[in-house]
Design a protein. Structure first.
Length: 95
């Protein structure tokens, strides 16, 4: 006789880490790593102070950009603000 187990229903939800969901976790991690690399290169080649400013600016800019893009949703959608009229032939007319 086969046993029945309860199925965990939370598997269809996106992964959430510190407010970032799904693919935006990787975007935030990428901006953090890019800031560290650019900051380290600038520190070693140009100046310690300029490298610190580059590091902080890149990381905060990347995090704010990622948070702004996340508000649009997990999937990229084209948002059309026009009024579309479909005639019976299937061609679109915009108003």
């Amino acid at each position: 006789m086969a046993r029945k187990y309860a199925v965990y229903k939370g598997l269809q939800k996106p992964l959430i880490f510190k407010g970032f969901k799904g693919k935006y976790i990787y975007w935030g991690l990428g901006s953090l790593l890019a800031g560290l690399v650019l900051g380290a290169l600038t520190m070693s080649l140009i100046s310690m102070w300029l490298g610190a400013v580059t590091l902080v600016g890149t990381v905060t800019g990347g995090i704010f950009y990622t948070a702004g893009k996340q508000k649009g949703g997990l999937h990229s959608k084209t948002r059309n603000s026009n009024i579309l009229i479909l005639n019976h032939y299937g061609r679109k007319n915009t108003v």
